[in-house]
Design a protein around this ligand. Structure first.
Ligand code: ZN
Length: 112
């Protein structure tokens, strides 16, 4: 038996399970435990426009970016497919056509 989490809406501890849903008898809020857990563990990474980015998204680069340790530049407008979100300063892991695997900052990309 695992202990049920309190209601995210009113913090009531009298929550109960109803199938895959959790229900709060005090305020009537219903939610899914798995969704809540995922939202808490994942940091939301946003692009330059404030749109939420997700693994597998395609983005375009909004600024010429020099590739560290080389003379290559990722040109503004470069489309990058299937990004992967990682933690840290450069929070996007991806592969750029003609350049190879590299890391980007989410503030320099825009979701397509
Ligand atoms: Zn509640």
């Amino acid at each position: 038996m695992s202990q049920l989490p309190p209601c995210p809406q009113c913090a009531s501890e009298f929550t109960y399970e109803d199938g895959a849903q959790l229900v709060c008898p005090e305020c009537g809020h219903e939610w899914s435990e798995t969704e809540g857990a995922a939202a808490e563990s994942e940091k939301i990474i946003r692009d330059a426009n404030g749109n939420e980015l997700q693994d597998g998204d395609s983005v375009t680069v909004i600024k010429d970016l020099k590739v560290k340790g080389s003379s290559l530049v990722v040109k503004v407008g470069t489309k990058v497919k299937r990004i992967r979100l990682v933690g840290g300063d450069h929070d996007i892991d991806c592969k750029v056509d003609g350049i190879g695997p590299m890391k980007l900052k989410s503030e320099f990309v825009k979701k397509v």
